[in-house]
Each structure stands twice: as C-alpha cells, then as structure tokens.
Design a protein around this ligand. Structure first.
Ligand code: BEZ
Ligand code: FE
Length: 314
C-alpha cells in the first residue's frame, strides 16, 4: 500500500482524502434502517453508531475499492494466522489501542456498579494475547521457573530471579481476602512466552496461587524484561506502515479473583525499565509502576517485589 494522492490535492496537507466529494446523504440512513424489529437488542443499540462512524470514516478519507480490498485481505490474514497459541486479531486491536480503551470502559462500568470503598481499587489493564487458562495451582512460596528453562536461556535468567509477594485486599473494608486466586504469567528473558517457544517446558512462568488466611500470596519468578510483540504477521506490517516500534515495557501479568469481588486483570510494570512511557500497546498506568528491590539473604532470588491487589466488592 503506497500512499498516493487522490484527485487534485494541492493543499499540501492531506495525502489521502482531503477532497470534499458529494456523496448520497440518504445512503447511511438507509443502511441503518435495514435493521429489523427482531434484531438482537444490543446489536440494535450499537449498530447505528458503528455504521455511521464506519461510513463517515470511509467518506472522510475517500476510501477506495483497492484500499478496502487490502483491508479485507489484512483481516483475513490475521484470522488465518490465529490459533490457540497466537491471536493476531487481538494483537491488532492492541496495536490500535482498542483493547486498552475497552478495558478502561469496562472497568469504569464495573466500578460504577461496585461497592466503592476506602481503599482505591487496583486499576486493570489489558489481558493481551498470551494468557492461558489452567496454569498449575501451586503452594505459596514455590517457583514458576523450570530448571530446564534456566539452561535454555544460557544464564540470561540467572540475575533476574525474583520473589513477588503481597496481599489481596477488599476495597470496601481494606481487609485481607483469604482464598483469593492470583494467576500470574510473564515472558522469559528471551522475550518469549512459553507457548511461543518449542523448547521451553509447557506452562513455564505461569502459575496460580491461593492467598492464605492473612490474604497473602508469594511466588518465585523472574524480574521481567522488555520484549517485542510479534511483528512477523499483519500486526507487524501495520506497525511498519505506521513507522512504529513493537516494544512492550517489562511487566508481569496477573488475574486476581476472589468470591464476592470483581475479578481484576492487570499488569505491573518495572518503573526503571525502558518503554514505560512508550508502550506499543498503550497499557501502562502510573498506579501500576512498581519498584523491584535487591533481595538480601535469599539464594533463590536476587530481586524482590511487594505488591498488594485491591479488589472492589461486587
Ligand atoms: C502482553 O502483554 O502479553 C501483550 C499485550 C498486548 C499485545 C501483545 C502482548
Ligand atoms: Fe505480556
């Protein structure tokens, strides 16, 4: 897709579009009105808006048939590339900031309906395409890093060992929540999630930990490293066309769930890491920046992070 001017645009401002052409004003209302009385209620609510925005966009940029065909090919390629180890369509939504925006909308709706309390709830952020359900449930204090993985990383992980612990708290009371589930996953020091690598053992750097009677969880894992989101598919082609990088700042993913509370999907970001101000998927929030500290007297971890999750009650 090479950018070409349409018609006579000598304003110097616009490459595509810019020409104000006269289009049939009745066209969009006609398409909106085609929705029948038995339409799914939410679809009947949202489709008029989607159709108006979609048609206005096409008119505003003077979208051509060739560009539309390229867009269809792009979406089809993303679908064909997606399977249970890779979700290219979700990745494209991330690149476009759509997952972040939808996450913000969803969390605002949830907080509106939840019992707000004295302790501010931990902000959510995007799930991303690499989550896997059914990570092993492990006792507190165990490690999610396999010994074989350390060998495969050729020493790269050795200085990154990290003890992560904290509490799960209820926003309304500030009290600890016992039997909450802390589901954790992160990429390795090679920049890959375990399902992206044929050699790394299944479920490496993933685990689920239940909080104890004091609402505490504790996990041995790694201090995270920045990594590039996959750029060998349509998502990468899009980044290239937009002259954008593919880096994500170092982060750890969590899903925290507890009875009577809203489930939290979030990430914590290493404040000192690169790309925190320039995340390729726009997922960083100030409240989620954390400080890893050197850990003393523990052979199993060079770093430590203490982090509490605060969940609103349903
Ligand atoms: C992730 O953090 O795993 C992720 C999020 C969005 C796009 C790609 C990866
Ligand atoms: Fe990630």
């Amino acid at each position: 897709m090479s950018p070409k001017k349409h018609g006579n645009d000598d304003t110097g401002g616009s490459v595509h579009g810019g020409n104000k052409l006269a289009y049939d004003q009745n066209f969009t209302p006609q398409v909106v009105a085609a929705t029948g009385p038995q339409a799914h209620p939410r679809m009947a609510e949202i489709m008029p808006s989607l159709l108006r925005h979609l048609h206005d966009f096409a008119r505003e940029v003077n979208l051509t048939a060739a560009e539309w065909t390229a867009a269809v090919d792009f979406i089809n390629a993303a679908g064909k590339m997606s399977d249970n180890t890779r979700n290219e369509t979700a990745l494209i939504c991330d690149i476009l900031g759509l997952e972040s925006l939808v996450d913000e909308i969803t969390s605002k709706l949830l907080i509106q309906g939840a019992n707000a309390g004295a302790t501010p709830a931990t902000p959510s952020t995007v799930l991303g395409p690499f989550y896997r359900t059914d990570a092993p449930i492990l006792p507190n204090g165990s490690s999610i890093v396999s010994a074989d993985a350390f060998k495969l990383w050729n020493g790269k992980g050795d200085d990154m060992t990290c003890f992560v612990s904290g509490r799960v708290l209820s926003a309304s009371t500030g009290n600890p929540v016992s039997s909450a589930m802390v589901d954790i996953w992160l990429a390795g020091p090679d920049g890959l999630y375990e399902q992206q690598s044929a050699e790394v053992p299944d479920m490496n750097l993933r685990g689920r930990f239940q909080t104890d009677a004091d609402g505490r969880y504790s996990i041995y894992c790694l201090r995270p490293t920045p990594y590039g989101i996959p750029d060998d598919g349509p998502g990468g082609a899009l980044l290239k066309l937009l002259d954008r990088h593919h880096w994500r700042p170092a982060h750890i993913h969590f899903i925290v769930s507890a009875e009577g509370h809203n489930t939290l999907t979030t990430q914590v970001f290493d404040r000192e890491g690169e790309w925190v101000k320039n995340d390729s998927v726009f997922a960083v929030k100030d409240e989620l920046l954390v400080d890893f500290r050197a850990r003393e007297d523990d052979d199993k971890a060079k770093w430590t992070l203490e982090y509490d999750f605060v969940l609103p009650e349903v």
